[in-house]
Design a protein around this ligand. Structure first.
Ligand SMILES: C=C(O[C@@H]1C=C(C(=O)O)C=C[C@H]1O)C(=O)O
Length: 478
């Protein structure tokens, strides 16, 4: 098959691009534009007002309004967004969660009237969407507030491509328009953008790190190998959880900032719901959708980043090639009914990250007809990169044997009013609540997998989060 014509990108020039002359962002002009637009507000639906804003690190505006739901989606290239508060929100649960989330998403985005001031980075209004790994796996602590699926149309969205930025206020008109409140919030968010604190505070002191008992891990890997020998499955992704306790409360925004200090093709993501914050920096895209074009990838098969001749060994490893091939096959098979064309190179490449390298196959597809991004999610998730194969055996095994995964290993991203979308697989991540952090990492288990090697691999996958929390060596504190 031929190589894809373009790599995964999170944005590109579009018919939506701003054509008017840029103007210097100022709070005075922002206030004036918001006021004038509120005067001509529609009688129902959602009114979105976008004004130019100064360029700043994407997490800066979040320091203004510290309460309420928050979302961040920040790829290593292109447009990063941070959102605070709720204009509209929906939750969905159980097996119907994809269908329900899709209906909620369509209802929210279908009713948006969008006014954009000159000079702003103009992107269509985005709803943020997150799912649990499997229905019913976000019930216990620390996941209770997240649920099986959540769709948020945020009240405030800051977007920046590094050269230009914008701030969008979305108002559910039916719930009334409080101009004074809107302007007071604008003042606060704009102020936080202008006075952005670029340096995170010192990392919290880790007082305890509870990793899964290594003997228990070995037993679960052996159990998976037995299931594979019996023919129940060919691959199951095993994950383990570590719980970190610190001397004082952890500031999630500082952890997010530190995650951004490691260069590399990762997407930082964050969702705060209630007092819990889920965040990480993942190397894996579930897919990017632009119109009827889909760009996705198989990312599976791992080796330590500092392994001697690691890239060569990874490409030559039959075990890693097998684990990887299951993911490619799954994605191609699941996209085929939706697509007129699916293409990928024959052999995987090596994706280098800070602590590990992975095998990666980019996959491109053309949808046969306009398809809602949540239908694409429902087709693809969970791939054998995070679940296993066959999926009907692997996922129940995981649900039965592991502590609840919550949103770990699950689709996380955004869908815009034009129907474009970008979703990552939430990996290399954890939940922060007060002075505690829960971290997850996993790896694909196939016939020849060794428990110790898988333990070491998951330790390397956890390391970026541990470092961002201030823990220098994985497992150094017990
Ligand atoms: C499951 C994780 O990573 C996934 C599993 C991989 C593997 O088994 O080689 C590689 C990349 C990811 O698709 C994780 O990071 O927790």
């Amino acid at each position: 098959m031929s190589a894809p014509a373009h790599a995964l990108r999170n944005d590109e020039p579009s018919s939506y691009a701003e054509t008017r002359a840029p103007r210097v962002a100022s709070i005075d002009s922002a206030r004036a534009f918001v006021r004038a637009t509120l005067l001509e507000a529609p009688r129902e639906g959602v009114l979105a007002i976008t004004v130019p804003a100064p360029v700043t690190p994407v997490e800066a505006p979040l320091r203004a309004l510290r309460k309420g739901t928050t979302w961040v989606f920040a790829p290593s290239e292109g447009v990063s967004v941070a959102a605070i508060g709720v204009a509209r929100e929906a939750r969905a649960s159980g097996e119907a969660r994809f269908v329900e989330a899709r209906a909620a998403c369509e209802a929210m985005l279908g009713q948006v009237v969008h006014r954009v001031d000159a000079g702003a980075l103009a992107i269509p209004v985005r709803a943020f969407v997150g799912f649990a790994f499997a229905a019913g796996t976000a019930c216990a602590a620390p996941w209770e507030s997240f649920g099986d699926a959540r769709v948020t149309l945020p009240r405030w969205t800051y977007a920046s491509d590094g050269a230009r930025a914008s701030l969008t206020l979305a108002i559910d008109v039916g719930r009334g328009m409080d101009e004074r409140l809107a302007l007071a919030e604008l003042e606060a968010v704009y102020g936080a953008i202008e006075t952005a604190r670029r340096q995170p505070s010192d990392a919290a002191t880790i007082v305890r790190a509870d990793h899964l008992d290594a003997a228990r891990w070995a037993r679960s890997i052996e159990a998976i190998r037995s299931a594979i020998e019996r023919g129940d499955a060919r691959k199951i992704v095993a994950a383990r959880r570590s719980v970190i306790t610190t001397a004082s409360d952890i500031e999630p925004l500082d952890v997010l900032t530190r995650l951004g200090e490691t260069r590399g093709p990762t997407t930082r993501f964050m969702a705060r719901v209630g007092s819990a914050t889920f965040l990480g920096a993942t190397p894996e895209h579930l897919f990017v959708q632009r119109g009827t074009r889909i760009a996705t990838e198989a990312l599976a098969g791992s080796i330590a980043a500092d392994a001697e001749r690691g890239g060569e060994r990874l490409v030559a490893s039959a075990k890693d090639r097998e684990e990887h091939a299951y993911v490619v096959r799954h994605i191609v098979e699941r996209l085929a009914p939706l697509c007129a064309r699916v293409a990928h190179p024959d052999a995987p490449q090596v994706r280098r990250l800070s602590t590990v390298m992975h095998l990666r196959t980019p996959i491109e597809a053309e949808l046969a007809r306009p398809t809602h991004p949540i239908d694409v999610i429902a087709a693809l998730h969970p791939t054998p990169a995070v679940g296993g194969t066959p999926v009907e055996h692997a996922v129940p095994w995981i649900v039965q044997h592991e502590t609840e995964r919550g949103w770990y290993g699950a689709p996380f991203g955004w869908i815009d009013a034009r129907g474009d979308a970008e979703f990552v697989v939430a990996l290399r991540c954890g939940v922060i609540q007060g002075a505690r952090a829960w971290l997850w990492a996993g790896g694909g288990i196939v016939e020849g997998s060794d428990p110790q090697a898988e333990w070491d691999e998951t330790a390397l996958k956890m390391r970026p989060m541990l470092r961002a929390l201030g823990c220098r060596e994985n497992g150094a504190v017990r």
